[in-house]
Design a protein around this ligand. Structure first.
Ligand SMILES: Nc1nc2c(c(=O)[nH]1)N[C@H]1C(S)=C(S)[C@@H](COP(=O)(O)O)O[C@H]1N2
Ligand SMILES: [Mo]
Length: 325
């Protein structure tokens, strides 16, 4: 994500990360571990062989999502080019993310539900059926990639939580632990100021029950890497990447629309809906095209990231809302 000067908790200008830097080819190759500095791959990979859920992967491919119409982004690039602000503002946080402690891991379910409860991650995995989906991921920063995720539909989790009819939105929350995530230390930003942790995202109940909304527990045929949001994250292929919250510890069913992490920081740039639309520019750059990570290619961006047949109906009746930012 790109930050510019705003109010109270803004980042110092020197920490802001201009898009151009990421696409400077030399830096890009370095970040990808493809250039001279391939050593940077070593510390962050945190291979998952000792993970108690490793035997569940690779999961069976869902035939509806067998291919994304583009090559899969190399795994070595995907695990080392990340947005995960809890571990820092650069894309190269995979080494820092190795400090993420993913066991024990519990998820709290609360709010407008029959009865609040907490579920251990390994127990949750016993209750769901994993599948693999190869889908496109489009970051609001105008780059994209293709990921073979494994996981299960979010709607299965919604059903498990037994929400009441008073629940209008689902609110997701990431861990908040400055002892393992340096980005959550107030001092990092100077002047004792902090970003509005924890990272929060939200969906309407209808969006959460859409077939495309996916809880990710794996990628590339193994448990999902720490830098990509282990042990459990969301993926919403039709929305900008910032909606796909990582390392989830709490899922709440609520009456009021949740305010997202990025909406709190820059409300004029990042909204609640954030559906991909090439015709609605970001206030500071065009969304017409995207760079395909790992290649030199730029391609036109598609409405709903090309997944309109699944999700366009969700927005048909909505008026007076900024649906594409
Ligand atoms: N908790 C948390 N979730 C997050 C982010 C973050 O900084 N913190 N970044 C978001 C953004 S902007 C994107 S593009 C994707 C990146 O996922 P990836 O690193 O697996 O590509 O995660 C999203 N989820
Ligand atoms: Mo993003």
């Amino acid at each position: 994500m790109l930050i510019k000067r705003t109010r109270g908790w803004e980042l110092p200008e020197s920490l802001a990360t201009p898009e151009a830097v990421f696409f400077n080819r030399r830096q890009f190759l370095a970040a990808a571990g493809l250039g001279a500095s391939s050593l940077i791959l070593a510390p962050g990979l945190a291979r998952a062989s000792t993970d108690p859920t490793a035997g569940l992967y690779p999961a069976k491919t869902n035939p509806a999502f067998a291919s994304a119409g583009r090559p899969v982004t190399p795994e070595s690039l995907n695990t080392t080019f990340n947005n995960f602000y809890e571990f820092g503002t650069s894309k190269r946080i995979s080494a820092e993310a190795a400090a993420l402690k993913i066991r024990p891991w519990e998820i709290k379910f609360d709010g407008e539900v029959e009865k609040p409860f907490t579920l251990g991650f390994d127990d949750l995995l016993k209750k769901v059926k994993l599948e693999q989906r190869v889908v496109r991921h489009r970051c609001v920063e105008a780059w994209s990639m293709v990921v073979p995720w494994s996981g299960f539909p979010l709607k299965d989790l919604v059903a498990m939580a037994k929400p009441l009819s008073s629940a209008k939105y689902v609110r997701f929350e990431t861990f908040d632990d400055p002892s393992m995530a340096p980005g959550q230390k107030p001092s990092l930003w100077g002047w004792g100021q902090s970003l509005p942790w924890p990272y929060v995202e939200g969906l309407t109940m209808a969006e959460a029950n859409n077939e495309l909304a996916f809880m990710v527990t794996g990628a590339y045929g193994r448990p999902v890497f720490k830098s990509m949001g282990a042990p459990i994250r969301l993926h919403l292929p039709w929305k900008y990447g910032f909606k796909s919250i990582k390392s989830i510890v709490r899922i709440s069913f609520v009456k009021e629309r949740p305010v997202s992490f990025w909406t709190k920081i820059l409300p004029n740039e990042y909204g609640f809906w954030a559906n991909v639309n090439p015709k609605v520019p970001h206030p500071r750059w065009s969304q017409a095209e995207e760079r395909i990570l790992g290649t030199d290619k730029k391609v036109p961006t598609q409405l709903f990231n090309g997944y309109g047949k699944y999700v366009a109906a969700l927005y048909a009746g909505i008026k007076g809302e900024q649906l594409y930012r």
